[in-house]
Design a protein around this ligand. Sequence first.
Ligand code: GLN
Length: 188
Amino acid sequence: MLIGVLALQGDFEAHGAALRRAGAEVLEVRTKADLARVDGLVIPGGESTTMLKLMGYYDLFEPLREFGASKPIFGTCAGAILLASEVMNPAQASLNLIDLAIERNAYGRQLDSRVVKLSGHGLEGDPELEAVFIRAPIIRRVGEGGKILATYQDDPVLVDYGRHMVATFHPELSNDLRIHSHFLAKLG
Ligand code: GLN
């Protein structure tokens, strides 16, 4: 099993390190040939508009859509925006792989960056889960197939779509490996 981390822009190094700590073999994905080698993919946080432009530039947009039609993708923050079916503030193209409406930079200035403890999440073990938010989006609608695993201020922040998964925060910046392990379990 080889897991890819989309390495066009953003927080891909920290994701790679977290996945390795969780026991995975990791490949940084920058080309179609890289993508063809991996069994699952993480799209990291960063800047979704920039990542979208780079996907176009490197001819990865359609290959990523095809990849996601049969293989698991975990999108965190900007990655969640890129997987969604509807992006707001402003509207923006996306891979449209999950039935999800998401609003960019939705916490405004009061939550440019914040570390919080979530409770009542759907993961095993410690009842508290650390979540690092950085200019985070807010999920406005979870559509078909989405199971909410964690919320913050009543908004979903971690959602499992069966094959895919999204988080509006940055699990790669916490020591807790449960979220990465939860994703790796989808690879079989
Ligand atoms: N604000 C960024 C965007 O809209 C996402 C922030 C992040 O990934 N930490 O793309």
